[in-house]
Design a protein around this ligand. Structure first.
Ligand SMILES: [Zn+2]
Length: 373
């Protein structure tokens, strides 16, 4: 009798051990379907270290979505003239894809489209090679960048109505999605300050919300032909003045009305780095799938994860499914992140943690939430 009891206990214990990871995964998927990480793709020299990081940290911390900001860090065949330096080969991308697959991570490549075509005093690859696509060719790149500046230059944009721009952009999108074997593409589209410029012969006088929405729709429709989903940052769809969210985190140039003009199947990445603003509810109520994205404020990230779980718990079934989860953002390239943040060489600033510490707090909180519910 005692032996039978012992045997039963043993069987239950073995079953628990086998099922625990499965049960945890189910709990996680219900509480936080998307558990993401977003970072600039590694340069070729940092590839091995980054793959080790995927295996050692992202997989074990239950990340299931990796947004890799690739931009021109790939040996494009369709447009070799746009290749950056020290970039990923096709074989190297396949190593990344394999590492992600073995950790059940979906990869979503990003190329910044529309905005972010320059950074500080450096013009990006697209406008360097194709200056005709520039929305504001009259704005010269400064030798020493300062903000504020008389031109209101934050980043350059391409002109969404230029007749040749999409031929180039579509080829890049297709190639990067193919090589990453993915069903989703992130187009950036954040912080677009230059749009509908008064001096642009095509855009001047046009409604900026319609111009922004038109570009979202154009990119979305192209991806949809191959069953791919468009992901974008959400800031241009929020009214910066009314919400008090300001110039970067939301729109001050009236693009926010585009929220009612774009297809509902666009995934919104709603970033708030300093406070746990609850704008995910706004996007979900407009019919969009949404993820909340922190950066380097661990306290805010934990609150954002709790909010996301609560939104899912307290919504109608229709709304619940739109609250998709959380994506940790890292705004350095993978090499720098691993060298400095991950190795504990970055000092935390007042009220801020490093993105690595923020991510650890966030992933711990998600696991905690999955056990409570
Ligand atoms: Zn234009």
């Amino acid at each position: 009798m005692i032996e039978t009891q012992f045997f039963k206990t043993l069987v239950v214990a073995v079953c628990m051990l086998v099922l625990a990871p499965v049960l945890l995964a189910d709990g996680l998927d219900d509480v936080m379907p998307i558990r993401g990480f977003c970072i600039a793709a590694p340069r070729a020299k940092d590839l091995d270290a980054f793959i080790a990081f995927i295996n050692k940290e992202l997989g074990p911390r239950h990340v299931n979505t990796l947004i890799l900001r690739v931009d021109y860090n790939f040996q494009f065949e369709s447009h070799p003239e746009l290749r950056d330096q020290d970039i990923l080969s096709k074989d190297q991308v396949k190593q990344l894809v394999a590492a992600c697959r073995s950790n059940q991570i979906r990869v979503i490549p990003q190329i910044n489209l529309l905005g972010h075509q320059s950074w500080a005093s450096t013009l990006g690859k697209l406008l360097s090679v194709y200056p005709d696509f520039d929305e504001t060719p009259h704005v010269k790149m400064p030798e020493k960048y300062e903000w504020p500046n008389p031109d209101g230059l934050y980043c350059k944009s391409y002109c969404p109505l230029h007749p040749e721009v999409h031929q180039v952009v579509f080829a890049l999108m297709d190639e990067i999605c193919d090589v990453f074997e993915t069903d989703a593409f992130h187009a950036g589209m954040d912080e677009v300050f230059y749009i509908g410029d008064d001096k642009c012969p095509r855009c001047s006088g046009r409604d900026k919300a319609e111009l922004f929405a038109g570009e979202v729709r154009t990119l979305r429709d192209h991806l949809a032909q191959k069953g791919r989903v468009l992901w974008i940052w959400g800031d241009r769809l929020l009214d910066g003045k009314t919400t008090g969210l300001g110039l970067w985190e939301a729109s001050f140039n009236n693009t926010h009305r585009a929220v009612d003009m774009i297809p509902k199947d666009v995934m919104i990445c709603d970033w708030h780095y300093e406070r746990p603003d609850q704008t995910a509810v706004y996007f979900a109520m407009k019919g969009f799938n949404v993820v909340t994205c922190p950066f380097r404020n661990a306290k805010a990230a934990v609150a954002q994860a709790q909010d996301m779980a609560r939104f899912r718990r307290s919504s109608t079934p229709a709304m619940k499914e739109r609250f998709k989860g959380m994506v940790q953002t890292v705004w350095s390239d993978a090499g720098q992140f691993l060298e400095r943040d991950y190795n504990g060489k970055t000092d935390s600033q007042a009220g801020r943690t490093t993105p690595w510490d923020c991510f650890k707090a966030l992933s711990d909180e998600i696991v905690k939430l999955s056990k409570v519910e």
